[in-house]
Design a protein around this ligand. Sequence first.
Ligand code: FAD
Ligand code: NA7
Length: 450
Amino acid sequence: MTRVAIVGAGPSGLAQLHAFEQARAAGADVPELVCFEKQSDWGGLWNYTWRSGLDQYGNPCHGSMYRYLWSNGPKECLEFADYPFEQHFGTPIPSFPPREVLFDYIKGRAENSDVRRHIQFDTAVRWIEHDAARDTFDVTVEALAEGASRVEQFDYVIVATGHFSVPNLPDFPGFDRFPGRILHSHDFRDAQEFAGKDLLVVGGSYSAEDIALQAKKYGANTVTISYRSAAMGFPWPDGISEVPLLARLEGRTAHFTDGSSRDVDAIILCTGYQHHFPFVASELRLRTANVLYPPDLYKGVFWIDNPKMMYLSMQDQFYTFTLFDAEAWVARDFVLGRVTLPSREEMAKDVAEWRAREDALPDPFAQIDFQADHIADLMVGTDYPEFDLDLTRAHFKKWEHDKEESIIGYRDRGFSSPCTGTQAPIHHTAWWEAHDDSLTTFLARESGKE
Ligand code: FAD
Ligand code: NA7
């Protein structure tokens, strides 16, 4: 029997399992699916952990999410077309839910399609290589609790291990003598740790933006954001400011390239992540920066030198769950023989064209359209349910404008569903004032029980 290995049971691995289950429900003959997940539960980054550094088995901790994390984009732009939010929660909910609420939503669809039975938890994939003679993949896995390794053969491998877990960690002169804590955003957990402190955040993207806001919201005295290329330029609340790149530290004094300086108590490096696949043999290993169209992946999914090796969710992400679904549906249809791929040369040419187009994108609005076009391209010929993709483009562009208008207020807006058309209600506690991010409070307040 044909065997498919899926590595990782985060949102993209679960999308893959779900896609196969949908085909099975519609009568398809589905191969044997085995999903290996090194954590003890599913949900990937959305499965919050207090741990940082190493996990309970001594392996690098996967989790990069932190307490009080609320969706940083409208939920309508990541809604599962075959499982709308309203279906899961039984009522319309606001557009920017906290982590626990989205985790619940992800779990809901996975439970409904009963995919858990395919997942081997506490099992890390250690090595993937292709055997050309047999045209199968040897996958070495380790059952972490037992410390027992074994090798299994698969006809297809789908890597869904995410790429926001292994920090990119630059060094700066004087770090070795700084008398405070220096951490990467991967290890950031509870913003209350920085209450009353003067914090330096290095980076100019989503993590820098959100962690700076979190820290201030939960009581930091000041937050200085140091950027390399360009200031984010949002209308920051009092106590948050942006300065050019850090040049060096002298004791607790940070000096910046514009000649200014500040005394700081702690430093958070929001300097992004590495695509890191040490468990993949060199000739199958994706090597890329955080871009919208990585090299060597046809349709962003198929490894062009051997398309039976697939990767999900390796793009920089405006779209998340919607993109993962589109990728998972295409990967599934390839495995099921419903899709045939062009020659290696044609695939390489197609990838090159997309990448050239990405290089020429002038601004985030064009980037949003680019990623939406990628999704539209993926969905041609699949049976993924229809939804209003163009509406999500418009939502993302409005969201960009909302952030420019109010960086503490953009989450207090409501968007309409591309699946049901329902307009999201406004959460009655403004995000900047909402300190309780539990699912119970978020939903109970919504239905007027508090
Ligand atoms: P992950 O969620 O990273 O899951 C990968 C899974 O693979 C994990 O469970 C991991 O344990 C497993 N794994 C890894 N290596 C192995 C191995 N060798 N063997 C076995 N299992 C393995 N997206 C949004 O839509 N909205 C947000 O608000 C948002 N906020 C974010 C905030 C932060 C701080 C970060 C880091 C990301 C955020 N994202 C957000 C983006 C996020 O990447 C996606 O939402 C989503 O989690 C990606 O899913 P994934 O399954 O591809 O990867
Ligand atoms: P991103 O979006 O990949 O951004 C990384 C940022 O780190 C970016 O602003 C980089 O600057 C900056 N960076 C990288 N190296 C350095 C050095 N050496 N010095 C200074 N600054 C540096 O990662 P994020 O963590 O922000 O976001 C990842 C995901 O997490 C995202 O999906 C969110 O939803 C949450 P640049 O702008 O390139 O000059």
